[in-house]
Design a binder for this molecule. Structure first.
Ligand code: FES
Ligand code: FES
Length: 166
């Protein structure tokens, strides 16, 4: 075991609205901390080098790759995973739109896709299909095809704008 993994770092953060205090290996990735230490397995570890987006989580209002962030870097941050966003109904309209538009099959990419899409939608306005496509270009889906995903996100953007949220 290298020094990097033997050294421990104390972190204090919130995860899905709950305070978390932990002593983490200095080299532990955030996605592993969430999945292995906190049991939050909604965000997935796949490529583990920043390419596929399956590990996407929200950190202080930004969509972040959990495989490129160290748990030690989460000290003082506010972290949300798909579990918390689901429990609080924060993205219920987006989740429902994915179902209605058949924007998921196996669901492996979906948690990361939803977190990334919500980052765009939370900025307000009504993004164009090109803007949605660009924003989600770092999230890979191997099943569904991207048109349905773009359809779902676009419909939510229009729906929120119609309700005066945008
Ligand atoms: S697992 Fe993090 S980007 Fe693929
Ligand atoms: S729904 Fe299977 S990878 Fe996207």
């Amino acid at each position: 075991m290298t020094e990097m993994f033997r050294d421990k770092v104390d972190v204090s953060l919130t995860v899905n609205g709950e305070p978390v205090e932990a002593r983490v290996p200095a080299g532990q990735h955030m996605i592993d901390f969430l999945r292995l230490e906190l049991g939050l397995t909604g965000a997935h570890a796949s490529c583990e080098h920043g390419v596929c987006g399956a590990c996407t989580i929200r950190v202080d209002d930004d969509a972040v790759r959990g495989c490129l962030m160290l748990a030690a870097q989460a000290d003082g941050t506010e972290v949300w995973t798909i579990e918390g966003l689901t429990d609080t109904n924060a993205i219920r309209d987006l989740q429902e739109a994915f179902v209605v538009r058949n924007a998921l099959q196996c669901g492996f990419c979906t948690p990361g896709m939803l977190v990334a899409a919500e980052e765009l939608l939370s900025k307000g306005g009504t993004p164009s299909r090109a803007e949605i496509r660009e924003h989600l270009s770092g999230n890979y889906c191997r099943c569904t095809g991207y048109e349905a995903i773009i359809d779902a996100v676009e419909s939510v953007a229009q729906g929120r704008a119609g309700k005066g949220k945008a």
